[in-house]
Design a protein around this ligand. Sequence first.
Ligand SMILES: [Zn+2]
Length: 212
Amino acid sequence: MKDGVEKLMQGYRRYRNGDYEETRPLIESLVSEGQHPEVAVVACSDSRVDPAILFQADPGDLFMVRNVANLVPPMEEEGTYHGTSAALEFAVLGLGVKHILVLGHAHCGGIKLMMEPDPYDSSFKFVPAWVSMLSAAHRRVLATMSHAGPEARTRACEQNAVLVSLENLTTFPWVRERIQLGDLQLHGWYVDIAAPQLSAYDWEAGKFMPIS
Ligand SMILES: [Zn+2]
């Protein structure tokens, strides 16, 4: 653990003397004029899938929401601590982002746990409840892909998680309104970082298509 933290300190020193100096004018303007990101990204907390690295983004480009399995929950009136919904409200109502991008990924631990609950991990309470919003999509995958191999089914569940999040986004009235006004677009992307291969959901084709 100490090694990991020491690496962060070393990284900060390199950043302060390197990238920070290079991007200093940009960062100073972001501080004086405020942030105006055009894109909000909903990505997984997975340490291997960092949108800022994947998209070579600059400070101020991406308003980031990360959680287990890159999920957007449906709008709920009950409860208090809706972290993902609060972040999206801030992005849409506070910052006026033009795009919300849900980024799914291969080898997702949250999706794996949803598909194959580990009996030895019965101490898990919050993750199973969180990923249960994918239960209906999982049942559809099992019903329609009964002859497919486990890898194909897992990929289908990971990609369906993106579609469920996109669908849930439209349960928020301020998302629906801005889409109707043409001020907001939703995007569903999926990445396999090992390849690397990025694909985008094509609404007309009804499937994920590779981005070259
Ligand atoms: Zn994940």
